[in-house]
Design a protein around this ligand. Structure first.
Ligand code: HEC
Length: 123
């Protein structure tokens, strides 16, 4: 009779572990969303098709290279925010789809592609 009981205990322990793990991953998805309005997912959805996941951009469209220290240094946060809000050339504006807070976190996200030196220079 000992074996079935220990099996039940193992199963209960496993079920408890799984439900905690599931709840934790669920919670982290939610906190990820509240931080900066899901900026990573938003970039992937709205920007990566032209600016690419690495921020260098799709060459044929000739977007700015966000990893370029000179570009980062030449552009103020306001210029980047205005670019995102109003669009430029083939780039659509996002003021209809993004809240000011989302635009701000997108500016930080664009900054994060730059080399460290350019980032600290700005602040
Ligand atoms: C349809 C392709 C496309 C999409 C989508 C797109 N961009 Fe662009 N983006 C461009 C191109 C091309 C330029 C260069 C425009 C120019 O200088 O004429 C540009 C320029 C920019 C600039 C510089 C603006 C300036 O004033 O020089 C920023 C910042 C930028 N994009 C960020 C983003 C962000 C953030 C997103 C997503 C929310 C995004 N872009 C979506 C193609 C795109």
């Amino acid at each position: 009779m000992k074996k079935p009981l220990s099996l039940v205990i193992v199963l209960i322990a496993l079920a408890t572990f799984l439900s905690v793990a599931w709840r934790e991953s669920d919670a982290s998805v939610q906190t990820g969303k509240s931080k900066g309005g899901g900026v990573v997912a938003s970039y992937k959805q709205h920007c990566a098709k032209c600016h690419a996941d690495d921020g260098k951009g799709i060459e044929s469209l000739q977007p700015p290279d966000f990893t370029d220290g000179k570009w980062q240094a030449d552009n103020t946060d306001k210029m980047i925010a205005d670019g995102i809000r109003n669009g430029k050339g083939v780039m659509p504006g996002f003021k209809e789809t993004m809240s000011p807070a989302q635009v701000n976190s997108m500016v930080k996200f664009v900054r994060a592609f730059g080399p460290k030196a350019a980032k600290s220079e700005k602040k």
